[in-house]
Design a protein around this ligand. Sequence first.
Ligand SMILES: [Zn+2]
Length: 284
Amino acid sequence: MSMAERLFILQYGAERVSKNLSLAGGPHHLYWEPLLGILVDTADGWVLLDTGMSRNAHLSRENQDAYVAGGVDAPNLDSVWHLRPTPPDAQAWNWIRDGDPLVAALGDYGLTPSDISLAAISHMHVDHSGGIPTLSEAGVPIAIQSRELDFVQSGAVGISEGFFSDDWSHPHTNWRLLDGDEELAPGVSAVFTPGHTPGHQSFSVTLPETGTWVFGCDATDLAQNFLDNVPCGSCAGGTTADETEARASLDKLLALGRRTNTRLIPGHDQLVANAVAHPPQGHR
Ligand SMILES: [Zn+2]
């Protein structure tokens, strides 16, 4: 079995959203979720999984309006206490690191965008795809499910649904289109998990000492999705077929989790992100 070498969890920022977006049938209250990335050292070079929100999107009035619309009438839970680092404004709707958050997060490990060999995006929501333009400028290929790119390029969704077209409109983006499960680099694979969006994917990373890590991304925002066997709370496609796919994707991830020595990591759970914090040299 091919293996990756080291793994790092990055945090680009955080967002204040209703919990029922993450958990089908969940409570409509506002709390904070982290914007995470996964950086993997492989025999083919550095692989980056998910890229956070761009500064342009953060500054977009339409994007902020969409966050407000999603949280209207929701009571606010004091959940800012668990964020690392702490957002400067607990009442903001989202917060990103200074400058270009992707550059800031990579800089923690002495890397720049041009050090990345391949990036992959779980799905095209604004809080995951924001680094694509910066990576495209640096010549980094971007792996995405072809079904996801077709979906956003169809024009069916826009910023009021959480999709920011600047992220997929850079003239130099070198797309690597995927069709289902596929190995991305030694020890790193895409796991096709549609439902939350039509072409959503999760990732698995296998390491020599700690075994296999499965990153559910937005198929499973929270540990509670796994524990309560409840799929994600929102499907961008908006049909019953999308909900059926979200259910099947959760089953697929749970099946992976039943294998010995597998760690299931939810996509937007700050307590789990804090628990898998690591020394500067990362997980092995
Ligand atoms: Zn999403």
